[in-house]
Design a protein around this ligand. Sequence first.
Ligand code: PLP
Length: 364
Amino acid sequence: MIQTPYYLIDRAKLARNMEIIDRLRTQSGAKALLALKCFATWPVFDQMREHMDGTTSSSLYELRLGREKFGRETHAYSVGWSDHEIAEAVGYADKIIFNSIGQLERFDNQSAQIERGLRLNPRFSTSGFDLADPARPFSRLGEWDQARIETVMDRISGFMIHYNCENADFDLFDRQLARIEEEFGGLLKRLKWVSLGGGIHFTGEGYPVDRLATRLRGFADRFGVQVYLEPGEAAITNAASLEVSVIDILNNGKDLAIVDSSVEAHMLDLLIYRQSAKMEVTGDHPYMICGKSCLAGDIFGEFSFPAPLSVGDRLSIADAAGYTMVKKNWFNGVKMPSIVVKELDGSLSVKREFGYEDYASSLG
Ligand SMILES: *Cc1c(COP(=O)(O)O)cnc(C)c1O
């Protein structure tokens, strides 16, 4: 048995998402780029590459990883490039998307040999979290002033517009895209490509994929553009779990089980957005599942189990692919989970284990 903790990526579950992406690409004509900031565990890129057109990035290192480990079409986006990064970035990228007119002008000469785009901020979004809302007041994410954008239209061939956040509501998507068509249609007609970013939850249960495909094809035809989507979460949703073991049981008014992992170190997104972990269990024995870091609030959540828990029991925490492995860290020096892939034949392959040397070398 593989020692816990480990992230377990299930290729069969990944295949389900990839099938939907394929259907959407075929029916809509849109291209799909994996957003590496959400998921960058490259041992399964061999599988994803068959169903996605390439990658998009948020930094030089993500960009390089996309070029070297995924291949195909490589989009370079970053909120800001430094002077010493731009030449290398242009070397990896098929397209570079600038966040601001200032960056586009600063790196005009260095980027002129590849296709360029600009991030458009439509000043509305579907995010319910201020922290993750690109349209929040004073947002630095993209340009919105059409008169200013007009001055650089001769230098760009596309826009990137990322304004959805886990949006499972097709009608809302439809209405907001109509607003973009209405407000920015004059500019869109002059472009070759438009990326609508990520955040569309089209691999979710019951999502009307056919309606989305028709809507995207209509948009592409109306403006004469190649549409791109940049799915992060939608590409890998439900495709991985975090496998942990119970190492202690306490009762301090509630039954508590401590596991050999930590929310803060291994599922940080849950703390940031104040959400509970997910576990597919039911029963009459409730426990609070707690992490082993010394942070008082290092708690995965409360779950009811079919039988009392004991030390050594293994638990599987669901939905551990997106914004999870990319954020793992060495807080408290807690052993970092290994990365394990469940192959299509059911066998498990350990892709990476982390040890003391990795911890020490990350600090000096
Ligand atoms: C975060 C992000 C994505 C991916 O978003 P998901 O919600 O994971 O689909 C795509 N494009 C851009 C520009 C992003 O910032």
